[in-house]
Design a protein around this ligand. Structure first.
Ligand code: FES
Length: 282
């Protein structure tokens, strides 16, 4: 039988809980800080985000870091970058001189980051870890005005339901990159990098398609799930999303870790620090 825990906000961190409640907010704090620091550094580099046996623009394939996908513009002459033919919009334009490192990552990271930053799970996690408001259930919060919900500047969190559409597009883009990672200079094969880049959209898809906004999109606004063919179809979709939604926190962390790891892997192979084991023998 569970034991009810009394709650009085007698001060920051004050609680009658005797378990290790502080581990979760500290782990979230360190995990998110590590990701923000690394992803900012990686985006700043503007190089070593692509690897293939040669940079032959006539062929296709290779490993592309998810932080740089899709590369809208490419600055020629940098190290470890795709051939110019891989750029969606062509060579780096002069008017983007102000972007650090000639890095195309700055042009696309706003989409996945705005989706993650406004995610319902992450909101709970970082409100607890960074704002201690409160840090955990039945633990005293930092002194604050009476709770008014996500009002004021926090209405920007409503962006989530729109960012979701962009996040879905990125699942397809990263799936394309995963397919391309099974080719090297146009030759089919498989390498450790192919597996790394294949797992990436699978985990990101499990996270994205478990989104609360998608769950509402496919199954919300409906009073009866069995009243029509459309309603029954909706219910099936809603049930599938719910399976992922129930594991949303797990996939949030797995996908966050793996997208960072994918960049690290491609970067180290591109720099020549590690050698990719693959069927191409390169
Ligand atoms: S609620 Fe987490 S991704 Fe939408």
């Amino acid at each position: 039988m569970g034991t009810a825990i009394g709650y009085r906000n007698n001060g920051m961190g004050v609680t009658e809980r005797t378990d290790t409640w502080w581990i979760a907010p500290v782990a979230v704090l360190l995990g998110l800080l590590a990701f923000v620091v690394y992803s900012t550094w990686a985006a700043w580099q503007g190089e070593y985000f692509f690897w293939s046996a040669t940079a032959n623009p006539e062929n296709f394939g290779g490993y592309l870091s998810p932080f740089y996908s899709p590369p809208l513009f490419i600055k020629e002459g940098m190290n470890g970058i795709p051939p110019l033919s891989h750029a969606l919009l062509g060579p780096w334009p002069d008017w983007l001189w102000w972007l650090p490192g000639y890095s195309p990552a700055w042009l696309i990271l706003v989409f996945p980051l705005s989706f993650r930053f406004t995610c319902y799970y992450y909101r709970k996690a970082y409100y607890r870890a960074f704002a201690w408001s409160p840090p955990a259930c039945a633990v005293g919060a930092v002194p604050q005005k009476p709770y008014k919900g996500e009002s004021g500047l926090l209405v920007i969190q409503n962006l989530h339901r729109f960012a979701m559409y962009f996040a879905v597009i990125f699942i397809f883009l990263l799936s394309y990159d995963a397919v391309m990672s099974f080719f090297n200079d146009g030759v089919f094969g498989v390498g450790v990098g192919s597996i790394v880049l294949l797992i990436n959209p699978i985990l990101l898809g499990a996270y994205t398609f478990g989104c609360h906004s998608i769950r509402h999109l496919v199954g919300g606004n409906m009073d009866c799930f069995s009243c029509s063919v459309r309603a029954k179809t909706s219910h099936k979709a809603w049930s599938l999303v719910t399976v992922l939604n129930e594991r949303h926190q797990l996939f949030a962390w797995l996908s966050l870790f793996w997208v960072g790891f994918s960049d690290v892997y491609v970067r180290l192979v591109s720099m020549g620090v590690i050698t990719d084991i693959n069927s191409w023998g390169v």
